[in-house]
Ligand binder design. Structure first.
Ligand SMILES: [Zn+2]
Length: 349
């Protein structure tokens, strides 16, 4: 994936640390939220949602593949009166390792099926053939990153193994699919952007929207650099926000942070956030920046650009590239392909 960082919120302020996880909590009778710890991230945990059925529990998302996460998930399930061995299905919102990573171990322990949208299953397929290090360095080179950054990032990426033993999904979950979770009326909504096959799940009877990383209460999900000349991940992301709009009163069950209620208000705030970003990109181009690296340096991030490095910096450059591509699709800027790609403001008539 061009941006392997599972989640690099650009407005995060949570200090990484030893704060305890929030407790397992009941969302509705028969639905539980289990915080499962993440290694080395300020997000601290992913929220795994459990739907009880007569056949056994079904999960939405699984967690990162660590022993601690597995033990916490197993203990959480035991605490609500079921067992990890009884899990019937794992509906994964997207392929990033903090959501998908642990699904294989849950399947090994229980025989559950694992589902993923086909576009995220494709990500697994091309990861088999592609070299993640090479692809990420190509993205940075295309953005005009300096040579010393490329060298540093090469060493960092080689030390990572984010998708090492990813399981294959058993079920491909298309847009509009009704997952087989007895007693619950879940339907899948394809919301590409944060990943190409990101899914949200809607439960109309209880008016619950499970949003994965697509909509979080406080932070904004990373939108990666376009993978090829055709891709417009930020345009996809903004259209995917519209897909959740206008449902009236509901409760949002995100995969990080906490549950909340004003979905339409949050969708509007996310659109506004990206409008501000577009304005920053245009003023960077007006100031003479013409590669994504320099545009990113002009933008505002949760940390000053000068202090950024590693995956956070790579994610920032990816975001800048995604904004540039979306503006090109709108006819506001022009892309001159090359290494690096150069971006020009279109003449305003
Ligand atoms: Zn995540």
């Amino acid at each position: 994936m061009t941006s392997p960082a599972p989640q690099v919120p650009d407005s995060a302020g949570i200090a990484a640390g030893q704060r305890p996880l929030p407790p397992v909590s009941q969302v509705r009778p028969g639905i539980w939220s289990i915080p499962v710890p993440l290694p080395n991230t300020s997000l601290r945990y992913v929220l795994v949602y459990v739907f009880e059925t007569d056949a056994g529990p079904y999960l939405v998302d699984a967690g990162w593949d660590t022993d601690e996460a597995f033990d916490t998930l197993a203990a959480g399930l035991a605490g609500v009166g079921t067992r990890i061995e009884d899990v019937q299905g794992v509906l994964v919102t997207h392929v990033h390792p903090d959501h998908y990573g642990l699904a294989g171990r849950v399947r090994a322990a229980s025989g559950a099926w694992i589902s993923l949208h086909p576009a995220d299953a494709d990500v697994l397929s091309w990861l088999d053939d592609a070299d993640l290090v090479r692809d990420n360095l190509a993205m940075l080179r295309n953005a005009g990153a300096p040579q010393e950054v490329l060298e540093r990032q090469r060493r960092r990426l080689r030390a990572l193994d984010m998708f090492g033993n990813s399981p294959r999904p058993d079920v491909l979950m298309e847009d509009g699919a009704r997952p087989d979770v007895p007693g619950w009326e879940l339907s899948a909504i394809w919301t590409p952007g944060h990943s190409p096959g990101h899914l949200c799940f809607w439960e109309p009877r209880h008016r619950l929207m499970l949003t994965g990383d697509h909509v979080l209460p406080r932070i904004t999900p990373n939108v990666p650099a376009p993978r090829d000349d055709e891709a417009d991940p930020l345009g996809d992301f903004l259209r995917s926000l519209d897909r959740l709009a206008g449902r009236g009163a509901c409760e949002v069950l995100p995969a990080h942070e906490r549950r909340f209620t004003d979905l339409d208000g949050r969708l509007e705030a996310l659109r506004h956030h990206h409008d501000k970003r577009f304005a920053e990109v245009l003023s960077a181009l007006e100031a003479g920046a013409d590669v994504a690296w320099d545009v990113a340096a002009h933008m505002h991030w949760s940390r000053p650009w000068q202090q950024m490095e590693g995956l956070a910096q790579q994610a920032a450059v990816g975001e800048a590239s995604a904004h540039l591509r979306a503006l090109a699709r709108r006819g506001v800027v022009r892309e001159e392909r090359g290494e690096p790609a150069r971006w020009r403001l279109m003449e305003r008539s």
